[in-house]
Design a binder for this molecule. Structure first.
Ligand code: FE2
Length: 501
C-alpha cells in the first residue's frame, strides 16, 4: 500500500504541478537518498543523472523531482522534471538530461518525500578543449580494502572517470577477499539472482568514497567479468557451475542490475564511443558478453588459432573498425578490459605461457585488430583487469615488429595484487621478469593499488599513476605519483618520477 506522502505527490504529478514545498519536509539531508547521486555518459549536449530512493515500503512507488543548474546553489534551475520509480527498477532513477552546452560543468540534485539528495557535479563533453583529463580505474573489491583511491579521485579536477570493469565482485564473503578489516560482502553468499546483485550494488554504493567520486565527476563505464561472474563469456563463466541454476538467468539478472545502478545510457549493447572534439575519441569495448567465445584450455588446443575464437564478435569488430576509420580525433583511446599487447609470461608462469583470458587467448581476432590499427596513429589502449600497472608499447609480433600504439594498464582500486597472495619478493621478481622478457613493457608494477589520470593534449598524452599507501585503513594517504607520456605520432613511452604533488 502506498504511503500517504507518496500518494499526495503522485496526485500532484497527475495534476501537472510540482510537489508543494508546504506539504513536505523542506529538509536537506540524505532522507531516502542512501546511495548518493551519480552522472555519466557525457555527450556535447546531454548527460545521464542518477539516484536511488529507499522507499518506506517495497510496494510503494516514489516520485522523484530533479533539477540541473549552472550554479551549486541552484539559484536558477536550467532544466527540471520528475519521474516515478518503483520496485521494477529497484527504485533507481535515471534521467538523460538534454539541451545542455558542451564542455560545461553542471550541478544536479533530486528531491523526494521532502528531502533533497546530495548535490552532484557533472560536465558535458568538451568540443573545443585544448586538453582532456580522465581518471582511469578498475577492480574495486569492497572486501579487500577501502576505496581510498575513489576518495582521492573525487578531489581531482577531471573531465570524467573511466571505469574498465570489476566495479563489484560476485563472491561470497571471503571468496576473494580479506574479511579481517570488517568489510564483508552482502548478501553473505555468491551472487546468483536479481535480488543478490541488487543487494551487492546497494552495499558498494553506500560506501562514502565511492559516493564522493560519483557525485564529483561523470562516469564512463564498461563491465568486465566480475559484474557477472569470474572469467565470463557469452555462454558461461569459470565461476558458474551447473548446480547454480541457469547461466542465462544469472547473466540477465547481472545485466539488468548493471543498467539499473550505473549512470549509463540505456542501449541494446554496452560498447559505445564518446567524442571530445578533434582531440579524443574514447571507444569503450565490451569484451565479455557481446561476442566472447569460451576460452581455450591451452595454447595447444586444436582450434586455438581458429577465427571462430572471438573476443569482440563480428558486429562489434566491424563497429570498432568503422569508428576508428571515421574518427577525426587525434587520439583514439580504447577502453579495454584485458591486455591487448603480446605478453610472454613463460618465465613468470611456466604452466601458463600466455594469459588465455586476455587478447593473447584470442589470437585470430587480435591479429585482425592489429592489422587494422597498424594504419592509424595515436591508438592508445587503456586496460583494467590485471590488478597491476603497465606502460607498454603495443606489440603484436606476428603483425608488426614496430609498436602499434601504447597501452596503459591501470592498477586495482582495491583488489588483491600479486604480492598480496604471493609475497613481495615473488612479485618483485615477476616485475623484473615481465620487463626482461618483454622489452616492449616499459613499466610493470604488481604491488600497488591506485589509478592513473590520462591527460590528452594535441602534442602529448600523459598517464600519471597515483598509488595508495595503505588501503586497509580508511582515509589513507596517496603516495608520490609516477608519470609516463607519449608524443603525438610516436608510440614511444617516456617516463620520469614526479615529486611534490
Ligand atoms: Fe579484477
Amino acid at each position: 500500500m502506498k504511503s500517504l506522502s507518496s500518494f499526495l505527490i503522485v496526485l500532484a504529478v497527475l495534476m501537472g504541478c510540482s510537489p508543494k514545498s508546504a506539504e513536505v519536509k523542506e529538509q536537506k539531508g540524505s532522507g531516502p537518498f542512501l546511495h548518493g547521486v551519480a552522472s555519466g555518459d557525457p555527450l556535447y549536449d546531454r548527460v545521464i543523472i542518477w539516484t536511488r530512493v529507499t522507499p518506506e515500503s517495497p510496494g510503494d512507488s516514489a516520485v522523484v523531482a530533479w533539477e540541473v543548474s549552472g550554479d551549486q546553489e541552484f539559484k536558477s534551475s536550467l532544466v527540471s522534471g520528475q519521474v516515478v520509480t518503483d520496485a521494477g527498477r529497484d527504485f533507481t532513477v535515471k534521467v538523460d538530461v538534454g539541451n545542455l552546452q558542451a564542455g560545461t560543468p553542471y550541478y544536479y540534485r533530486f528531491k523526494s518525500a521532502g528531502y533533497y539528495s546530495p548535490v552532484g557535479r557533472t560536465k558535458t563533453a568538451a568540443q573545443n578543449a585544448d586538453s582532456l583529463k580522465l581518471a582511469v580505474v578498475s577492480c574495486s573489491n569492497y572486501e579487500w580494502g577501502y576505496f581510498t583511491a575513489y576518495q582521492k579521485i573525487a578531489k581531482k579536477e577531471l573531465d570524467a572517470v573511466v571505469h574498465l570493469g570489476d566495479y563489484i565482485y560476485e563472491y561470497a564473503p571471503g571468496g576473494y577477499g580479506d574479511t579481517t578489516i570488517g568489510r564483508k560482502h552482502e548478501p553473505p553468499h555468491e551472487l546468483l539472482t536479481l535480488q543478490d546483485y541488487r543487494t551487492r550494488y546497494a552495499q558498494y554504493r553506500a560506501d562514502p568514497d565511492l559516493q564522493a567520486m560519483h557525485a564529483s565527476h561523470p562516469f564512463i563505464a564498461i563491465w568486465d567479468d566480475h559484474e557477472i561472474a569470474n572469467d565470463v563469456y557469452t555462454s558461461g563463466a569459470q565461476n558458474h557451475q551447473e548446480n547454480e541454476g541457469s547461466f542465462e538467468d544469472r547473466k540477465r539478472a547481472a545485466v539488468q542490475t548493471y543498467y539499473e545502478w550505473m549512470p549509463i545510457r540505456e542501449a541494446d549493447q554496452l560498447y559505445r564511443s564518446f567524442e571530445f572534439g578533434d582531440l579524443v575519441e574514447l571507444i569503450m569495448l565490451d569484451e565479455r558478453l557481446e561476442g566472447r567465445t569460451a576460452p581455450a584450455s591451452s595454447i595447444s588446443d586444436e582450434d586455438f588459432n581458429s577465427p571462430e575464437r572471438t573476443m569482440l564478435g563480428a558486429g562489434q569488430l566491424s563497429w570498432l573498425k568503422s569508428t576508428i576509420e571515421n574518427s577525426e580525433a587525434r587520439w583514439k583511446v580504447i577502453g579495454n578490459q584485458v591486455i591487448f599487447s603480446d605478453i610472454n609470461q613463460d618465465m613468470v608462469f611456466p604452466e601458463n605461457p600466455k594469459n588465455l583470458d586476455s587478447w593473447d587467448g584470442y589470437p585470430a581476432e587480435k591479429k585482425e585488430v592489429a592489422r587494422f590499427i597498424k594504419d592509424f596513429k595515436n591508438i592508445l589502449w587503456v586496460t583494467g583487469d590485471t590488478h597491476a600497472s603497465w606502460a607498454i608499447e603495443t606489440m603484436v609480433k606476428e603483425v608488426s615488429l614496430a609498436p602499434l600504439g601504447v597501452e596503459f594498464g591501470t592498477p586495482s582500486i582495491s583488489s588483491a595484487n600479486y604480492d598480496e597472495y604471493s609475497g613481495l619478493d615473488t612479485a618483485r621478481r615477476a616485475e623484473n621478469l615481465f620487463q626482461n622478457f618483454n622489452p616492449h613493457i616499459k613499466y610493470a608494477n604488481l604491488t600497488d593499488h591506485g589509478y592513473f589520470i590520462l591527460t590528452l593534449r594535441k602534442e602529448r598524452a600523459t598517464a600519471r599513476y597515483y598509488f595508495m599507501e595503505d588501503i586497509r585503513e580508511p582515509n589513507g594517504a596517496e603516495g608520490k605519483p609516477k608519470e609516463f607520456w607519449v608524443n603525438d605520432g610516436a608510440p614511444v613511452i617516456k617516463q620520469y618520477n614526479v615529486y611534490g604533488f
